[in-house]
Design a protein around this ligand. Structure first.
Ligand code: ADP
Ligand code: ASP
Ligand code: MG
Length: 457
C-alpha cells in the first residue's frame, strides 16, 4: 500500500449511463478521467423495472412468461459482457447470479407469493450484474492499478425494512474503514453496487427506487471522501425537469438545502435522501452528464454565491389528499393528536398538511397505504374524503416565507387567459426554501410552465 493518502472521489453512474457496452465504456472513461476511487453503479437501463415485472408475473402467471424475461435479461447482460471482453471468470460470476435469480423466481412462482425479503433479493440482481460490467470496462483502461469488484452489502448495513431500508451510518463508517481503505491510498479502484445493502442477518435489503444516489452519498460519507460525483443523462440539475419544460436551464451552483428540497419534493434527478450524508459530512457534490462530461454541470455546496428567491420548480405526482372534518372538535383539543396517533400506528408518513378549527387536509405519497383499517379508524371520529390523482407543485428558493407579494405573483401567474387551474391545497410558511400547492395531475405541467415563465424566464 502506498504511504500517501490521495483525494477520494466517489462517482455514481445511473441506469442510462449503464445502458449498453458503449454507454458503460463511456462512463468508465469518465470515472477514469476524474480519478474516481470508488465507482457506484445502478442496474442497466430498464433492468429494475423488468425485475419488477418478473415478480408480478411470477406471482400471477405461468413459468413460461418468467422464463422469457429471465432469458431476455441474461442474453442482454451476456452480450454486453462479451462486447466488453470480460474474462471467463467474470462471465461465470454473472451466470451464477442468474442461476440464483432463476431459483428464487421459481420458488415465488410455485408459492404464488413474493415476500418483501424475496422482492429485495430479486431486485438486487440488477446492480449485482451491472457492476461486473463496469469492472470489465475499467479494467480495459487501468494498466497501473487494480480494479476490484466489491460487494457493497458488506459495508451498507441497514435495518429490516425491505424495500426502503434505513442505513446504519456508524456501521457503514466502520465497514468503510475496514474494507475500502485501499481507495484512500490510491492503490485500488473499487466498483460496487448502488441501491442494495444487507441487514444484521446478512439478508439483502434495498434503499428504495432510485436509491443508488443515496448509496453513493453514504459511501462518500463513510470514506470521508473529498468529492461525490453523480453522473446521469442530463448536464446537471436544471431549474425544472427538462422533459416537462423546454425552457428549463442548468443551475451552475446550488446549496445543499435547496437541492435537498428539490429532491424531496420530487425532482427525480436525485433520490430524496441523497444529500443527507454528504451534507452532514460537508462533502461537495457534482452532478453531470456522462454523455457530455465536459459540460459545466451543477455544484451542490454548503453555500452558493447567489440566493435567488426562486431557484427551481419540482413536482411530485400520485398524491392522495385526505380531508378529515368533525364539528365535534370545535374549541376542543387533541384533534390533531388523535389523527397523527393513527397515522403513526399505521407507519404512514404525512407529507403536507393544512388545518382549520374542525378540518384537516393532508397529503399521502402512496395511495396503496390507505387501507380499509386505517380509513375505518379515522372515520370513527371524523368524516373522511379521499381525492386521488393529484400533483404537488413546489416552488423552491430562498427567503420564500419572508418575501412580500410572492403568493399574489404566484397565483396570478398560475391562471392563464384561456384556462384556469384549481389549487386544491396550499402549504406556505413552514419552510423558507419551499412554497408548495396541490393541483389535479392534468394541470401540473401547465402550472410548472406558467410559473417557470414568470419566476425563472
Ligand atoms: P439516473 O438513471 O442517472 O439515476 P434518473 O432518470 O433517475 O437518472 O434522473 C435523471 C432524470 O431526472 C433526467 O433525465 C430528468 O428528466 C429528471 N429530472 C427531474 N427533475 C430534474 C431537474 N430539476 N433537473 C434535471 N433533471 C431532472
Ligand atoms: N436500479 C434501482 C432503480 O431503478 C436504483 C437506481 O437506479 O438508483 O430504482
Ligand atoms: Mg436516479
Amino acid at each position: 500500500m502506498s504511504a500517501e493518502k490521495t483525494k477520494v472521489t466517489v462517482a455514481k453512474f445511473g441506469g442510462s449511463s449503464m445502458k449498453d457496452a458503449t454507454a458503460i465504456r463511456r462512463s468508465a472513461k469518465v470515472a477514469f478521467d476524474h480519478k474516481a476511487n470508488i465507482v457506484v453503479v445502478s442496474a442497466t437501463y430498464g433492468t429494475t423495472n423488468l425485475l419488477i415485472k418478473l415478480i408480478d408475473l411470477a406471482v400471477t402467471g405461468p413459468w413460461a412468461g418468467c422464463q422469457e424475461i429471465l432469458s431476455d435479461l441474461e442474453d442482454r447482460h451476456l452480450k454486453i459482457a462479451n462486447e466488453l471482453e470480460g474474462t471467463p471468470q467474470i462471465i461465470d460470476e454473472i451466470g451464477e447470479v442468474f442461476r440464483e435469480l432463476e431459483t428464487i423466481t421459481k420458488g415465488v412462482n410455485l408459492l404464488k407469493d413474493c415476500s418483501p425479503k424475496a422482492t429485495d433479493g430479486i431486485l438486487s440482481v440488477g446492480e449485482r450484474i451491472s457492476s461486473p460490467l463496469m469492472t470489465m470496462a475499467l479494467k480495459e483502461l487501468y494498466t497501473d492499478k487494480e480494479v476490484e469488484l466489491f460487494d457493497i452489502r458488506k459495508v451498507i448495513k441497514t435495518d429490516d425494512q425491505f424495500g426502503s431500508a434505513t442505513p446504519d451510518f456508524n456501521q457503514i463508517k466502520t465497514n468503510s474503514d475496514k474494507f475500502l481503505i485501499g481507495a484512500k491510498y490510491g492503490d485500488v479502484v473499487y466498483v460496487t453496487q448502488g441501491f442494495i445493502g444487507s441487514n444484521e442477518n446478512g439478508s439483502t435489503t434495498t434503499l428504495g427506487r432510485g436509491g443508488s444516489d443515496y448509496s453513493a452519498s453514504l459511501i462518500a460519507e463513510g470514506m470521508g471522501a473529498d468529492l461525490l460525483e453523480i453522473w446521469t443523462d442530463v448536464a446537471g440539475i436544471a431549474t425544472t425537469d427538462p422533459r416537462v419544460c423546454d425552457s428549463a436551464r442548468p443551475i451552475n451552483e446550488i446549496t445543499f438545502q435547496e437541492a435537498a428540497e428539490m429532491a424531496t419534493m420530487g425532482a427525480k434527478i436525485l433520490h430524496p435522501t441523497t444529500l443527507t450524508p454528504v451534507k452532514r459530512a460537508g462533502i461537495p457534490v457534482f452532478v453531470g452528464s456522462s454523455l457530455e462530461p465536459d459540460a459545466p454541470g451543477t455544484w451542490i455546496k454548503k453555500t452558493s454565491e447567489e440566493a435567488p428567491l426562486v431557484r427551481a420548480l419540482a413536482t411530485r405526482s400520485d398524491q392522495s389528499l385526505l380531508t378529515l372534518s368533525t364539528p365535534d372538535m370545535l374549541q376542543q383539543h387533541g384533534f390533531l393528536f388523535k389523527i397523527f396517533e393513527i397515522f403513526n400506528r399505521h407507519q404512514i408518513s404525512v407529507d403536507s398538511i393544512t388545518t382549520s378549527e374542525i378540518s384537516v387536509a393532508l397529503t399521502i405519497d402512496d395511495s396503496t397505504l390507505l387501507n380499509k383499517k386505517l380509513l375505518t379508524e379515522l372515520e370513527n371520529f371524523a368524516s373522511v374524503t379521499v381525492e386521488e390523482d393529484l400533483t404537488l407543485v413546489s416552488v423552491i428558493g430562498n427567503h420564500i416565507n419572508h418575501t412580500a407579494g410572492i403568493a399574489q405573483k404566484l397565483f396570478n401567474a398560475l391562471q392563464g387567459d384561456d384556462s384556469k387551474i384549481n389549487v386544491r391545497m396550499i402549504c406556505h410558511g413552514a419552510s423558507k426554501h419551499n412554497f408548495c400547492f396541490l393541483v389535479h395531475e392534468d394541470d401540473a405541467t401547465m402550472a410548472v410552465r406558467r410559473l417557470h415563465k414568470e419566476f425563472i424566464g
